[in-house]
Design a protein around this ligand. Sequence first.
Ligand code: GLC
Ligand code: CA
Length: 545
Amino acid sequence: MMETHNCWWKERVFYEIYPRSFQDSNGDGIGDLRGIISRLDYLQWLGVGAVWLCPIYDSPNADMGYDIRNYESVMAEFGTMEDFDELVTQLHRRDIKLVMDLVVNHTSDEHPWFLEARTAKDNPYRDYYIWRDGKDGREPNNWASFFTPSAWSYDETTAQWYLHLFSGKQPDLNWENPEPRQEIYGMMNRWLDRGVDGFRMDVISLLAKHPQLPDGTGSGYVFSPEYFAFQPRLHDYLREMRRACFDGRDCMCVGETSFVTTQNAGSVVDDGRELDMLFQFDVMDMDSGETKWDARPFDLMRFKQIISAWQAAIGWNTLFWGNHDQPRLVSRFGCTRTETLRRRSATCLATAMYLLRGTPFLYQGEEIGMTNCPFPDISELRDVESLNLLRQAAESGRMDWAWRGVRSKGRDNAHTPMQWDAPPNGGFTGGAPWIMVNPNVQEINVAAALRDPDSVLHYYRALLALRREQDVLRYGDFSLLLHEHPQVFAYARTFEGQQIRIYCNFTDRDAPLPEAFCKEKVLLTNVNYEKTDVLLPYEAAVVMA
Ligand code: GLC
Ligand code: CA
């Protein structure tokens, strides 16, 4: 285990920036690279060691940058390549690494490759994408997409269909074809040569599709990950990518491995030949019913099982409570009924997750306890997933269900502007923001949190500092404590004869402990103690054993 000590991506905490909503610098209402640069001192102060930057490439923004039109230029709204180089320099000057989000499962339908591909069946770029004849005037198979009912769109020019697992403006690349693969590796190497420290690879587990593209079982359009996620060829592509781009460089590659399980995770991260880290979604799926829009209550016992299983399954985990695709943590798994509970639950959840074994990934605004946004009306929404859902729901008369789903789970909750300061626009922009600012900006913002020693922000900073100071919190083994306790998530981290115990009350009621912990040995807590044999609502305590 010792040799892992100098591996930077295990030692640092990552902070995800959604550039469009982080900081605007020129008053057009859209966050940009210059805006990010102006906030780097804040990240350094917080204790962030690496930034995951959501896509900043040229894009028509059908899916807010996850539809790339040109992999090697910067989206005009975000700035220029000079701004980008400046961002890299300024980050590195503060000893913060930069990891780029990269989407290579698909491109934009406005990418020159696709524009070429769709012109003729014998165009040299045709096989960069996945084209098929229809069956009886319908789609080649019954696959559903993530964002639209069908995963296929018909193209009149050549009378064939193309596959898109996401929106029709995001055609899937054909990874069986070595040519786009080589183009992609070349492009990745040029970004690495430019100074970036690695990649977060979007939906990387979907690159390989079942060669026969079989129908999924069921009626209507069927969501069929068994034929497009974790296919055997995926491992060949990931190994090839590693050899072509990462070998011999001190960089890091983390994959968004949708549909990964504790059984197959080791095959991509543990032998060091594919990815360095992966994102699994078992915690994010915990409150989903039949679909993500059907809410199910948080189940602490299940959470304990999921965390224990993942801590045991692979050598190193990613630790996260959200990202740009997820609703806000404190609204989702915490409690916003009172201001005290908002603060306590935000800090309790952070303590529970970020002292586990693995690398923490915070999402912007989480560190001040930002909440979901009470969108008053559809016209305030911007996200393609939510808008498509609402359109389909309007057709099938399920508007109430869809609206409830979008308010609680919609991705726009994570996209409202970062709350830096007081109203009207929370210091995000001097102009009109591209998406509404959360009305609670008056109470919840960075400036106010900095002035308040009991804020969520100061607690996050102390938590990250503690993790940096204690080897045991980074490299220690994990073991679950109080397995059967219905309110408390507790665990121990043990390393070289030292042990630290973490106790978190996941409920809004007092939780009795079987034995008191020693007040003098508490390293971090979010309450003022009266008793140490009872945890207050959402209390968190980090205790030296
Ligand atoms: C990933 C991204 C998400 C995007 C999708 C398609 O899940 O995180 O934002 O919409 O891939 O690229
Ligand atoms: Ca701007």
